[in-house]
Design a protein around this ligand. Structure first.
Ligand code: SF4
Ligand code: SF4
Length: 114
């Protein structure tokens, strides 16, 4: 398991969490950021940094769909890309993906399901 970023991050993207991650595993999509579950070391440093409480510890997200969705960001081929991101080993070097998962891309932004 790994820490997870939920829908509260959508259209926020302030990035407060990114600079505190010791393994640089918080990647930028188009509307939100995603934690790479294979790279996260479960240190918890990012959780208190999020101003909108979008980050949850493993198995504590109110809607478990976001755990699968964070993983899907890295295992699925995102729109406009030729291959999955996989585990690039660092968000800064990877840069913004320029795309989101279908769930995040279609999210209404009001906290309601798409
Ligand atoms: S729990 Fe630690 S390793 Fe995982 S995303 Fe947060 S800061 Fe990075
Ligand atoms: S601090 Fe919170 S809102 Fe900002 S990018 Fe990180 S998870 Fe998203």
């Amino acid at each position: 398991m790994a820490y997870v970023i939920t829908e509260r991050c959508i259209d926020e993207l302030d990035g407060s969490c990114v600079s505190c991650c010791p393994v640089d595993c918080i990647y930028e999509g188009l509307r939100k950021r995603y934690i790479n579950p294979d790279e996260c070391i479960d240190c918890g440093a990012c959780l208190p940094e999020c101003p909108v409480d979008a980050i949850y510890a493993p198995n504590e997200a109110p809607d478990p769909v976001w755990e699968a969705d964070n993983a899907a960001f890295f295992t699925q081929v995102l729109p406009g890309r030729d291959a999955p991101l996989g585990s690039p080993g660092g968000a800064e070097a990877t840069g913004p993906a320029g795309a989101d998962t279908p769930l995040a891309a279609s999210w209404g932004g009001t906290g309601d399901a798409p």
